[in-house]
Ligand binder design. Structure first.
Ligand code: ATP
Length: 379
């Protein structure tokens, strides 16, 4: 599972070919006493799908609205294609925004909805018809051109909103929770469609979402936000496998976190004493931290092995009892209570079809992880 984002995410333009398209420089936005966006600096490359990911109220939408020109930064600068956007109204920016609600006109047909922006620009009728026709083909809605929004499914409405945003050929498309209104199956389908469209049209996308799966599938890079700031930027596989803080480790995916102290710190390995574990944690790489420093060991549930027999070796092995099992179809998640009382989540693929072959609740088990699996965090 951990490899999926790496394989499915589109790649950035080759090194050297990447060109900065959006530059956010020390942008802060205050509403009275509330600092919604706090000193954010960020570059987005041309042709990227950049996802701003964070919990409710962390400032994602405010940042997006400042890019679109609906809000003005309290301080800092926003440059798009090298041009400072200060004083440029939304309609003069090379930007279009697709809203969470899609905001379609209910009384207009699909083609009228898509044509609306071009009519505002007073383009010639044949030009409008040609561009709307083309765009409806791209989002595969040609046969629905005469329907009204209430005669469409959620996914089709989402594609109308997308067509309406793209028909104006923006260089930068901002999407606020684009898949929020869709059910799971449709979301997966639409995510891949969105990727295909992006590659076909070469638009730069900035997507706001609180859903890490959405970000993982779509993004070339993810910017994780917390309390108005960007706390980590990286490719999906980087933020998942190499989180730089407990917040990111915990926010992206599921993680077991143990507080401990460094008792041995060598260039090629460290040992950490955690009060909740019976044995020292052995990690096969060094970290740069003060001796005896407090650190946190983060281990993903899919990186822990579970067995009825004691595994071979003498490192990173703990004993416990299975207290709960969640069967998810492709995998099961086991809640293992260790001898010291602490519970650990272990995720295993369901290779065997028969439940009798799998470890069950109340069984005594051993868990083990490879010394390369833990991430050691200092903040
Ligand atoms: P969500 O995922 O819930 O939409 P978000 O990350 O998009 O959240 P924002 O909408 O950017 O968050 O809001 C960030 C903070 O700024 C919140 O505390 C919010 O209450 C506050 N805020 C946003 N807009 C305004 C406003 N116009 N006036 C006052 N406070 C605001």
């Amino acid at each position: 599972m951990a490899d999926l984002p790496l394989d499915s995410a589109p790649t950035l333009p080759a090194a050297g070919g990447a060109r900065e398209y959006v530059r956010i420089e020390n942008v802060t936005k205050r509403f009275g006493d509330v600092t919604a966006v706090d000193d954010v600096s960020l570059s987005v490359m041309k042709g990227e799908i950049f996802c701003l990911l964070g919990g409710s109220g962390c400032g994602k939408t405010t940042l997006l609205r400042m890019l679109a020109g609906f809000e003005t930064p309290t301080s800092g600068r926003i440059l798009i294609d090298g041009q400072d956007m200060a004083g440029t109204p939304p309609y003069e920016r090379p930007v279009n925004m697709m809203f969470q609600s899609y905001a379609l006109f209910p009384h207009m047909t699909v083609e009228k909805n898509v044509a609306f922006g071009l009519e505002q620009e007073r383009l010639a009728r044949p030009e409008i018809e040609r561009r709307v026709g083309e765009m409806l083909e791209i989002v595969r809605l040609g046969e629905f051109a005469r329907r009204k929004p209430h005669q469409l499914s959620g996914g089709q409405r989402q594609r109308v909103a997308l067509a309406r945003a793209l028909v104006k050929r923006p260089k930068l498309l901002l999407l606020d929770e684009p898949l929020g209104a869709l059910d799971r199956k449709l979301r997966e389908h639409t995510q891949f469609e969105l990727l295909g469209l992006q590659q076909q049209l070469g638009v730069t996308f900035i997507v706001v979402t609180h859903d890490q799966e959405e970000a993982m599938t779509l993004a070339t890079r993810i910017g994780v936000m917390d309390r108005g700031g960007i706390v980590q930027v990286g490719r999906p596989s980087e933020v998942y496998e190499f989180p730089q803080s407990r917040f990111v480790a915990d926010f992206i995916g599921s993680v077991n976190l143990f507080e401990g102290r460094l008792v041995e710190d060598e260039p090629d390995h460290v040992r950490i004493r955690c009060a909740e574990l019976a044995h020292l944690v052995h990690v096969d790489h060094g970290i740069s931290s003060a001796p005896d420093a407090t650190v946190w060991v983060a281990i993903r549930p899919e990186k822990i092995e579970l067995s009825r027999e004691r595994p071979a070796g003498d490192q990173n092995i703990e004993r416990g009892v299975v207290r709960d099992v969640a069967y998810l179809g492709d995998a099961s998640v086991y809640l293992v209570q260790l001898d010291g009382g602490r519970s650990v989540r272990v995720r295993l693929p369901n290779v065997e079809r028969h439940a009798s072959d799998r470890v069950a609740r109340d069984e005594a088990v051993w868990i083990r992880w490879h010394p390369s699996s833990p991430v050691v965090l200092t903040q």
